[in-house]
Write a protein that binds this ligand. Structure first.
Ligand SMILES: *[C@@H]1O[C@H](CO)[C@@H](O)[C@H](O)[C@H]1NC(C)=O
Ligand SMILES: *[C@@H]1O[C@H](CO)[C@@H](O)[C@H](O)[C@H]1NC(C)=O
Length: 169
């Protein structure tokens, strides 16, 4: 049993090391790129937080506006995922975002399509954001800001919508 756990950890570590070894140092973002990505991402998080905080009384038009903001987040992720020499937690957060973020977009789209979908879709969005996306951003923003020494210039605490207080993860 101990050996199995150890082998699993070892396997996970070599995957992370491999991911880092492939990092292209010539393709890393500039300090301005990183500042821009974190600031843009903060605006997107605030817009989606404001949207889910209005739920379930939300219109398809409001969902459409929130979706425009949310759609910018994968671009910001692309910038922050080009940083080399990051921690295993950072690499894991990038991988998790790549895995779960599509669910936020799909659920926003389903409210754009029909506002009657809002109660279920907002519950899905809150679960994905409160349990995965926003905790992942805690890791990314802080570590990226530390590496680029811009802690005082960008926000590194990720704001939560009110719903996160009651979502069980
Ligand atoms: C929902 O929003 C509509 C339109 O803004 C408003 O008229 C209505 O009172 C709101 N209902 C609730 C329960 O907040
Ligand atoms: C929204 O509507 C479009 C067009 O009717 C459809 O292709 C898409 O699958 C729908 N998306 C969701 C998440 O319901």
């Amino acid at each position: 049993m101990k050996l199995t756990i150890f082998s699993t950890i070892l396997a996970a570590c070599s995957v992370l090391v491999a991911a880092q070894a492939n990092c292209d140092r010539r393709n890393q973002p500039s300090t301005n790129d990183v500042k821009g990505a974190i600031r843009d991402w903060l605006a997107d998080v605030n817009a989606v937080n404001a949207f889910v905080d209005k739920a379930p009384n939300v219109s398809s038009n409001q969902a459409s506006q929130a979706l425009q903001f949310a759609k910018r987040e994968p671009g910001d992720l692309m910038v922050l995922s080009r940083i080399c020499g990051v921690s295993g937690r950072y690499t894991a957060a990038v991988a998790d975002l790549n895995k779960v973020f599509g669910g936020v977009l799909t659920n926003l789209q389903s409210i754009v399509n029909n506002s009657k979908n809002a109660p279920t879709a907002v519950a899905n969005i809150n679960k994905i954001r409160c349990c995965n996306v926003l905790p992942d951003l805690d890791v990314l923003w802080r570590e990226a800001a530390q590496r680029y020494r811009i802690q005082g210039q960008v926000q590194t605490t990720v704001p939560r919508p009110r719903a996160c207080a009651s979502v069980k993860c």
